[in-house]
Design a protein around this ligand. Sequence first.
Ligand code: NAD
Length: 735
Amino acid sequence: MNLTNFRFEIDPDGVALATWDMPERSMNVITPEVMDELETIIDTVVADPNVKGCVIASGKSAFSGGADLSMLQHGAAQYAKALKEQGEDAANKQFFDFSRRLSLLYRKLETCGKPFAIAIHGVCLGGAFELALACHYRVMADDEKTKVGLPEIKVGLFPGAGGTQRVSRIMQTGDALQFLFRGDQIKPRAALGAKLVHEIAPKAEIVDRARAFIVNGGKAQAPWDVKDFKTPSGRVFSPTGMMIWPAANAIYRRETYDNYPAAKAILHAVYEGLQLPMDQALTVESRWFAHILRSKEAAAMIRSLFLSKNELDKGAHRPKDVGPTNLKKIGIIGAGFMGAGVGYISALNGLDVVLIDRDQESADKGVATIDKLISSSVSKGRATAADKDSLMARIVATSDYAALKGCDLVLEAVFEDRAVKADVTKRAQEVVGADVIFASNTSTLPITSLAETTQKPENFIGIHFFSPVEKMLLVEVILGKKTGDRALATALDFVRIIKKTPIVVNDSRGFFANRCVLNYVREGQIMLVDGVPPAMIETVARMAGMPVGPLSLNDEVALDLGWKILQATKKDLGEGSVDPAQERVLRFVVEENGRFGRKNGKGFYDYHANGTKSLWPGLSALAQNELDPDTLDVMEMKQRFLVTQAVEAARAMAEGVVTDPREADVGSILGFGFAPFTGGVISYIDGMGAKAFVALCDKLAAKFGPRFEPPQLLRDMAAKGESFYGRFMPRKLAA
Ligand code: NAD
């Protein structure tokens, strides 16, 4: 047998072992070649009378991450080609055949007549876990690193190789739907409890246990292929079914606002599939899968959340001619909210950390914050006591700058005050010298001007984290005018070590993410003054796809901070630079009513002792008109929320603040949760086309004001029929 991606051997008991171990890849993924070879293995096992059955295992440190998503992108391109050349019917047929190949292959394995068992260690996700579900027996290593799951929903897809049908025949319908909707990765004991695997065992024994299933005469028949099989929740059309399905539909609506076709397709596939025998059920699933695979939401999400994110994670903008920086020890000045967060993730990822503050007490406070974060992980079972000990041992907290000696990078996160920042940088440089790279976590001060306070501005860069640091996935790396390649490479290497996603941004007021998100918050404030009921503002924003309403978000960030930024903007850029409605709202809540947001228990919301919150009734005093909610145009409100952010992103691209549409897209989803189903701020514009977007901006500008006016760049693109991806990444697109 001629195999490249598997090793195949047969033991004296007649049990075959297929070890999946793709050459030149650190992780196994499902590719067309892997499918071909798996088919060969099935055929061989079936044809050889000496082979009783087969164990599938992995030769890598993990099982597999699932299908190669670029293969799916390729399928979409093939569809477009076939559509042009052969017409819709032929294109649809070809696409359907392409999209269900894996499903048919797994069904062939399941019904081949000989038993297949699988030994899983490390992550086993997506299409790889669907392979496991088709095997007759599943053994999972009982360790921290081993997890199974079907995370397809996270990139706008759903498990289309039998996953929806097998899971809903193993678990109660409600649990199955949750598992499919959430895309969570689950640990061995939970997987065993949910009956998703048959057995858990120490890693060293999993192959033997899987083999034992075959040697002991394990059946080559899935439970659902046994006559009179009953699904765990019984029939769809039954009193139990009627308890489940209306609720499931309501939960779907509540969680997605109907923005995610893949989630709806899961409901369809399970609901329809459970009423059919397995083969027809799989066909139903395949039809939904082909439909979703061609949806613009899946294309946008795969591009931004998988392909582009991976490219940025690997350092798409790292200067090629700077060698590895080999970071081992990092200095952080300012052990407050942000500094402690950065210290935590740095130590968590193996770096030695020196945490400096004004005095020992303040530095110790930072350590206490870190202790709390890691202790919470330990109590949730995500880390061990030994992990905590080794993490804490990597941290030195002091007020003595001499401890910075030997640091490969120093980052300051002291008060947002130019003089304080200049002072701490100078003191640190006296110890480590001017050749060590310095970074600032400032959120508002221009990096170029901060760099001027150092001896070598080329070694100075912005590394802007989002709060809470341990949760937020994005980091903005900001280039000052004189920032050099070594500083950029060092910053990107650091971001890679701490497992965040970087976007590289040129110096500008608010950098990128805050510029866009502040527009979102402002739109909510303007609506308040217009007289839109506050509850409607919050709900419609979520209907547009934002994770939280603008008033809630503003409360979390702090209203007094917003008021300070507004005043600073006015001082720097003049009277006309701030929106009068926004000024009115912030003056009213902050100055006149002392409401600062969640931090003092009162903002746009009242925060109650029992942990709940409710909109502050006093907000009604802000409304200039009393609008009847029934007369408000919900679609237009949704557009206002998304367009105000997208047009700001377009301005940032026009000004050269962001130069790569992938960064704007990924940054907008990871940084501030911009409606993920759109693929991000730029994909939102490209998705509707520059012409339609400009027309929409003009319409909104005529009705609501110049804040919606598009930049000249967009008008030029509209006239030429260009897209951002076409204009800014022509080579990539042609590839
Ligand atoms: P913070 O007040 O929680 O922490 C600041 C820390 O700096 C304090 O521990 C303080 O004792 C210390 N400090 C002050 N002067 C010092 C000095 N001379 N020497 C040594 N230490 C000194 O503030 P924070 O929220 O962590 O913000 C820090 C920086 O991060 C600011 O530049 C802020 O703009 C930026 N930032 C904040 C956020 C956020 O959401 N809070 C987000 C991104 C960036």
